[in-house]
Design a protein around this ligand. Sequence first.
Ligand SMILES: [Cu+2]
Length: 251
Amino acid sequence: MHPHLSARPSAFTMISIAFRAVWMPAKCLFGTIFSVFFVISAHAGTVQVSVIDRDGKPAQDAVVVLVHATARNASTNLPMQATVANEKMQFMPAVTVVAKGAKVRFVNNDPWDHHVRGAPTNSVFANTPEAYAAGRNAGGFELRLQGKDEGKPAKFQDVTMSQTGPQTAVALGCFLHGSMRGSVYVSDSPWAAKTNAEGIATFDSVPDGAVQVRVWHADQLVDLPLQAVTVTSAPLQVKSQLQVVPRRRRI
Ligand SMILES: [Cu+2]
């Protein structure tokens, strides 16, 4: 028997005491830091982007995309379903913004046939049969839609927008009517919207952090440079100017 030894606390007890002495306060501290961090990281701000054309007039139907540096996997509010109608020789609406993988329904409300084509294009928007042919293997599509018979439902076909690439503009055209132009903009980023009649797109609750602002317009053949901004809780205003004056739509 060694009383000397038995009087000493075991190694386990000592480790246990040391653990409690060091770990418990540390845990508390980490918890506090984590909570503070969480509160900070949960902050979000409003971003308003105004787009004007070369002449300084508000540019409607530009697509503004915020590519967030850290919050890339935020859930999206962009539609997973949308309808593009053929009406009086136009695509209605002219520009549709959807989430990647969305199903877009093309409906022919005209009494005559349309032969719709879609050509994905990331930088150059050239809505011609040749551009369509070049883009066909990258997720392009074409669909023939019979004219609507009076009193009968309009014909439609669905296309799933699952192109690769984070931001893809799909140029819409018609093989039968060369004047028909439209676009479907497919966005990986949850913050994508088209500008209103005042040329403005507004995003609420954008998480704080570094963001690149992308502005796309169907008539802007050369990609505009991305603008780097930092989102904070203070409202942020961003201005962008196209290098073109968009063609006016026939009414
Ligand atoms: Cu047509």
